[in-house]
Design a protein. Structure first.
Length: 97
């Protein structure tokens, strides 16, 4: 099985966004981004956040603190950059056999 085809189960609280069935990482990420767009959590021009010594701007910033589910997934942070999202999501994905 190719890595991109591997199936996972999302556990609390991520499953509140992506559901309880088997899902690939890509499918989970799509659902999370849909949730971010629906809740209008993406930064706009002028918003900034730092990650690994770099400053990210605008739509690269996600205001996870404005959503209780994402705030829990992201360990209580107020904002993150889009590249951090996968690392936080990985904590709530378990391999499906």
């Amino acid at each position: 099985v190719r890595a991109v085809d591997m199936k996972y189960y999302a556990v609390e609280p991520l499953n509140e966004i992506v559901g309880n069935g088997k899902i690939t990482r890509g499918q989970a990420m799509k659902k999370v981004w849909k949730h971010i767009d629906k809740k209008n959590l993406k930064g706009v021009e002028g918003d900034t956040a730092k990650y690994k010594g770099k400053t990210y701007k605008g739509g690269q910033v996600i205001f996870v603190g404005d959503d209780p589910i994402l705030k829990e997934i992201c360990k209580g942070k107020k904002k993150i950059v889009m590249f951090e999202l996968t690392a936080y999501m990985n904590n709530y994905l378990e391999k499906a056999d």
